[in-house]
Ligand binder design. Structure first.
Ligand SMILES: [Zn+2]
Length: 167
């Protein structure tokens, strides 16, 4: 006989797996779980409730992420609801080790360290080249392919790359 507690734990695991597979709309090489945006998925009265924390308020991807997570849960057969959680605030420290290595493979320098400072937001931190590892890099533009990223160029291998800003 399967207890209700075991059954709901299995449902919660399946719901987490479905929601965690959603790619970030701006950086599709990483999932919302890799980025730490997906906080939790719980089964409440038979409904899968996903809690999502926006990276920062100016990021237009937040709504797209919420819709994608909800759709993934429905596709997995769940009644679903997505709740936005603002506290504690997301920082780049929430990006998992796997997420950081995926970003690097994709040619995006992962955030150097978690920070909420304005200086860090505008990239005034040491950024290493994701291709050759050189620290001889320069910021070309505050905004890369999306507002969450800055464009850098490596002085060693001459390649431009995106830097995922610290926020
Ligand atoms: Zn380089």
């Amino acid at each position: 006989m399967v207890s209700i507690a075991v059954e709901s734990a299995e449902m919660a695991r399946a719901a987490w797996a479905a929601a965690a597979s959603v790619p970030d709309p701006e950086v599709p090489c990483v999932t919302v779980a890799d980025l730490g945006i997906l906080r939790a998925v719980e089964i409440e009265d038979g409904v899968a409730v996903a809690r999502v924390t926006p990276t920062y308020s100016g990021c237009p991807a937040v709504l797209a992420i919420e819709l994608a997570v909800e759709a993934a849960l429905r596709d997995a057969g769940f009644e679903a609801r997505v709740e936005r959680v603002f506290s504690p605030a997301w920082t780049t420290e929430w990006i998992t080790a796997e997420g950081r290595s995926k970003l690097r493979e994709y040619g995006i320098a992962p955030p150097a360290r978690a920070s909420n400072s304005i200086r860090a937001l505008f990239g005034e931190t040491q950024v290493d080249c994701p291709r050759c590892g050189s620290s001889e890099t320069e910021r070309v533009s505050e905004f890369g392919s999306t507002a969450c990223k800055a464009l850098y160029r490596c002085a060693t291998c001459r390649e431009p790359f995106d830097y995922f800003k610290c926020i």
